[in-house]
Design a protein around this ligand. Structure first.
Ligand code: GLU
Length: 288
């Protein structure tokens, strides 16, 4: 199975892209290490990206802790680090590109509106949320510049229209080969949120391209999101990286590690006297 292509003439580029919404736990360490080690094996580059478009949740102390924790583990990365909150202009340009063929529309619906309007046994996206029922799809579509200036309104992708413009798409997944993208499973995804003029899907696709990322190595929980990413790459004329979605670390109860489940953070382990190599081994040793 290909890890580093021996015929590749350009250097592979890997990235670890945490959101500074909490302290890193072993699941993050596992992902960061996979990227770091693969970059080393390939003689490639390792980038760190701070995914902080969610301005209400991102906190400077969590960002500082990411640098400190990764350095403590013995990782090194290229500087300057790209921080998404400093690049809203790039995301706006991508939105304008999607606006030109009429692929975006403003949406004022709240989560509760969607829950009310979506049929009870209707289709759900791969994360289990009801698909957007299209309430705002056929309303007037003012220029997105005005919509974003006013604020408090989201921008959604008109998925039906987008699919008409794109050929059937696939991405290259390590260990699986070509995987057919099924963006229709997600319906009219949000590309600019009410509270911040971008969304995860948009920012990740724009940044991976701008940073020349060739290999996206991240948790399996984002496997299905790749369908949306592949569609956006196609619509925006961006290259498609190769993907490798790794298993998620599980805790003793067999549950996914996450900040919300209060899994131990790296700094807690450190405070208990765990050494960097031990922490690396702990992250590598779990059920995978
Ligand atoms: N920022 C995302 C997270 O912390 C990762 C995004 C990605 O790797 O594509 O879950």
């Amino acid at each position: 199975m290909r890890t580093c292509s021996s015929i590749s003439i350009s250097r592979r580029v890997f990235r670890f892209a945490p959101s500074p919404n909490g302290f890193l736990h072993l699941g993050h360490v596992f992902s960061a290490l996979r990227n770091y080690e693969l970059a080393q094996e390939c003689g490639g580059r390792f980038l760190l990206r701070i995914e902080d478009i969610d301005l209400s949740r991102a906190r400077p102390e969590f960002e500082a802790a990411i640098y400190e924790d990764l350095a403590w583990l013995g990782l090194d990365w290229e500087r300057p680090v790209r921080k998404q909150s400093e690049h809203f202009a790039d995301y706006f340009r991508a939105l304008e590109r999607l606006e030109a063929p009429g692929l975006l529309y403003p949406c004022v619906c709240t989560r509760a509106d969607i829950a009310r309007a979506a049929p009870k046994d209707g289709p759900r996206d791969p994360d289990g949320a009801p698909l957007y029922p299209g309430t705002c799809r056929n309303k007037p579509r003012p220029p997105i510049r005005e919509v974003l200036r006013t604020g408090g309104v989201a921008l959604r992708l008109d998925m039906g229209k987008a699919l008409k413009l794109a050929p059937p798409l696939a991405w290259r997944e390590f260990g699986l080969g070509d995987v057919a993208a099924r963006p229709e499973q997600w319906g009219d995804v949000v590309l600019a949120r009410k509270d911040t003029p971008a969304s995860y899907h948009l920012a990740v696709v724009v940044d991976d391209a701008l940073q020349g990322v060739t290999d996206v190595v991240r948790g399996k929980d984002l496997f299905h999101a790749t369908s949306v990413h592949r569609l956006l790459q196609q619509l925006l004329g961006l290259p498609a990286p190769d993907y490798r979605h790794h298993e998620l670390l599980l805790d003793a109860r067999g549950e996914k590690l996450s900040k919300s489940r209060e899994s131990k953070t790296l700094r807690e382990l450190r405070a208990e006297g765990v050494a960097p190599l031990e922490a690396r081994a702990l992250a590598g040793r779990a059920t995978l």
